[in-house]
Design a protein around this ligand. Structure first.
Ligand code: AVI
Length: 322
């Protein structure tokens, strides 16, 4: 009894739903229920993610920043100065600030869907780095990136930190890498943060922190869904479940229903959750440097250099087109 039950004609339902709503309804009516992790990031979810990045157990953010600081000269030498540096999902543009002084791109293009926040950050960056053209684009990465006329002949480098790539299934990661390769062309590159395979206790702790912030972050996705759909899913009837799946080298996050119950999904449909049934909310794949470079090679990208911390927790990797 897992299906979303449409109580009126489906066509009518979808006429009235925008794309996001349809995506949510599809996920909650699937045999194995899921919610796309992009729905984590409403205002409260984004605040919780900021907190996650400060948690003692969550090593990726601080390790990556330490690597950017420690190896800024080597990274800049590998990438080369005078590029157009493009950062999809740039958010608050924090990490790039450790690179800009040495890397000296001619133009930095942060891309993000949160327009107001992005333009505010870009304005501040332009003030701090007057010699670099900061050209912010409010969009997602699916669209083509239009480089300002003046910099059309510069080589392009995509900066993709944060191990966001780990949140894609490998086949989707490959599509993303192919898209990057097409975008940067023959002379371009990709500077990417990739989280590494490691002891499962470290991984399990990173996604099950003691303070319970990751649990709140996971559960909050249901509040966001309720706001978007006008649904009444009872968040209190779910528990955060997260574990490292060693066979598939990925963290899995789920929300587990603690009892059989039914929720209304807005005006037209309802969904029944059985006891212990899970909604899948996120994968976070962990790679080896070799494993990731093999994937990138399939997209026409060759590993030029990489940097690791002493505990080999996290990597920054630089690829060039081949
Ligand atoms: C955004 N992304 C790289 C984070 C990760 O580690 O996969 C999201 C996250 N989920 C739970 N904690 C952090």
């Amino acid at each position: 009894m897992n299906q979303v039950v449409a109580t009126t004609e489906l066509n009518t339902v979808f006429d009235e739903c925008d794309v996001l709503k349809k995506e949510l309804l599809d996920g909650l009516s699937a045999k194995e229920k899921y919610i796309n992790p992009k729905f984590f990031y409403d205002e409260y979810g984004s605040q919780l993610f900021e907190k996650i990045m400060q948690l003692p157990e969550y090593y990726p953010s601080r390790t990556e920043i330490a690597l950017l600081k420690q190896y800024q000269t080597e990274i800049s030498d590998a990438v080369g100065i005078g590029k157009v540096l493009i950062e999809p999902g740039a958010g608050n543009c924090e990490k790039v600030q450790h690179l800009l002084p040495m890397l000296k791109p001619d133009c930095y293009m942060p891309i993000d869907i949160s327009a107001d926040f992005l333009f505010e950050c870009a304005k501040k960056l332009q003030h701090d780095f007057p010699e670099i053209k900061i050209h912010a684009v409010a969009d997602d990465m699916k669209a083509d990136v239009i480089v300002p006329e003046k910099f059309r002949n510069n080589e392009k480098v995509i900066f993709y930190p944060g191990s966001t790539i780990g949140n894609y299934k490998p086949e989707d990661a490959l599509s993303f890498l192919k898209h990057v390769r097409k975008l940067v062309g023959e002379q371009g590159g990709l500077l990417i943060g990739v989280d590494l395979q490691k002891d499962k206790d470290i991984l399990n702790a990173a996604y099950n922190d003691e303070e319970g912030i990751t649990a709140l972050f996971n559960l909050n996705i249901l509040n966001h869904v309720n706001n978007l759909l006008g649904s009444d899913i009872n968040v209190e009837l779910f528990e955060h479940v997260s574990f490292y799946n060693e066979e598939l080298s990925r963290i899995e996050m789920h929300l587990e229903s603690q009892s059989e119950h039914t929720s209304n999904l807005g005006k037209f449909s309802e969904v029944t959750f059985s006891e212990k049934e899970r909604i899948h909310t996120e994968y976070s794949y962990k790679y080896t440097v070799d494993g990731f470079s093999e994937l990138a090679a399939q997209a026409g990208l060759k590993l030029k250099n990489f940097w690791l911390d002493n505990n080999r927790l996290f990597s920054i990797q630089y690829y060039v087109a081949c």
